[in-house]
Design a protein around this ligand. Sequence first.
Ligand code: ATP
Ligand code: MG
Length: 560
Amino acid sequence: MDENTNLLKNFIQRIIEEDISAGKNSGRVVTRFPPEPNGYLHIGHAKSICLNFGLARQYGGVTHLRFDDTNPEKEEVEYIESIKTDVKWLGFDWGDKMFFASDYFDKLYEYALVLIKKGLAYVDTLDAEKTREYRGTLTEPGKESPDRNRTVDENLELFEKMRNGDFKEGDCVLRAKIDMASPNLNMRDPVIYRIKFAHHHRTGDKWCIYPMYDYAHALSDAIEGITHSICTLEFEDHRPLYDWVVREADAPCRPQQIEFARLNLTYVVMSKRKLLRLVKEGYVSGWDDPRMPTISGLRRRGYTPEAIREFAARIGVAKADSTVDYALLEYCLREDLNRNADRRMVVLDPLKVIIRNYPENKTEWLDGENNPEQPDGGGSRKIPFSREIFIEREDFMIDPPKKYFRLSPGNEIRLKHAYYVKCVDYKTDGSGNVTEVICEYDPKSRGGWSEDGRKVKGTSHWVSAADAVECEVRLYSTLFIKPDPEEGGEFVHNINPSSLQIIEKALAEPSLAEARPGMRFQFLRQGYFCPDSLDSRDGRLVFNRTVTLKDTWGKISSRN
Ligand code: ATP
Ligand code: MG
């Protein structure tokens, strides 16, 4: 490999390549994605999924999907199903490598016995307050518990009693015996088992002791033969404990923990706990609300897996925390949708236009190319044109400022895919609101191009009044008003009160009557839209705006 390609690799790829060339793990690469099934996955998890599955794919390895279900009280089956759906939707496949940490409860118990027998774990009866006090601080060493020097036999007996339910919750814990004076607080005899009389979604009431995260996670990795255990930076200080656990428990393999910076995004809260609050307290309609940064929310909003994978590739992996601008995610999305979404015309705020020199009762079916970004224009659809149409209210002004190129008295514009029309009159109601615009069309400009080469500066989208289909359109903006939703303390205080705007009656060209969830469109000048997967069905069309076009309109008008 030459120097340049090496520079483009991220630090994890370099570690893996060094391991492969050194023959470590016999050249195998086994990664895992270990979600705790206590919520829906979010865009931060997508980064981790793309990284773990991407590395395995790149180096001919495999990735395990492991549910970290060691906390019996929090996990729910609904979350497990949603996680599987989301990982698959992102385009990744764990094959037959789906595991649950709870599958290892027996083995984890055995490993605890190994530690006890080696004199490296003990049952501690110190109460919670004392435990905290004995732990010490960053500047002061901890104090040893009086129980620390129990004999192995005593510990074995007490641990078995813990397991048999002879103690109450909080009576005692099993702790690793490491070093109460360690400068790393994680190494000051961390708890590895606690008592919890809780029903587990997979093991039922078999257990009343449950392993702690650091212990269970490290050993689950080792049991599965994970070679590279990739996690976020906050676990850096836990790495010595991770290594200690796999080494001292005599686990069959020694996975290498590698930390990277978690994804933070502007205008987004990225913690399941906080997302759960948004759901529970009704700030959003559910985990899949299109304003949520969850994978299911993004999917319902119209994001594509390709765009999310591209985003993950662009942000890369680093060793230092930073916050990515939401605009980058939207940029990746627009790139994908611009290439792949068919164009359609929908008028969000309709204003009637009568084309007075066009025959009454006539309908012409015009051709509209689906997508100018595709080699053959992406094929075309038929669009009906008739005497009475609707345009966007903002596309007409009685008294326009300079540089307003849309319709105004005496001004001529192009109706996209149709004809040139010139405004010859208009009507208003009692309060001066325009109720109708009267135009004349140039029959020699069919398709939107004049025979004499006459140019117009404005192009409007439109729908035929008799043929348009009604639809509901939902426009979204950020869920928070501050780039840092935590600014000022409580993120719920920074909720954007107008993050959802509903247009109950927009008018769409009739081909959109066929729109079904999973399809994506560009509505000319309005952005990218998709039918809502929950509310859009036969007889009721509901579109979510996925993202605005931003500068795309500029491109369209310069081409015209
Ligand atoms: P949260 O704080 O949102 O609840 P978590 O880390 O507790 O997230 P887990 O289910 O434990 O959620 O995470 C599964 C995997 O996803 C972990 O390996 C974790 O490191 C990774 N992950 C979680 N959040 C992010 C993020 N923002 N960026 C990158 N990876 C993340
Ligand atoms: Mg977690």
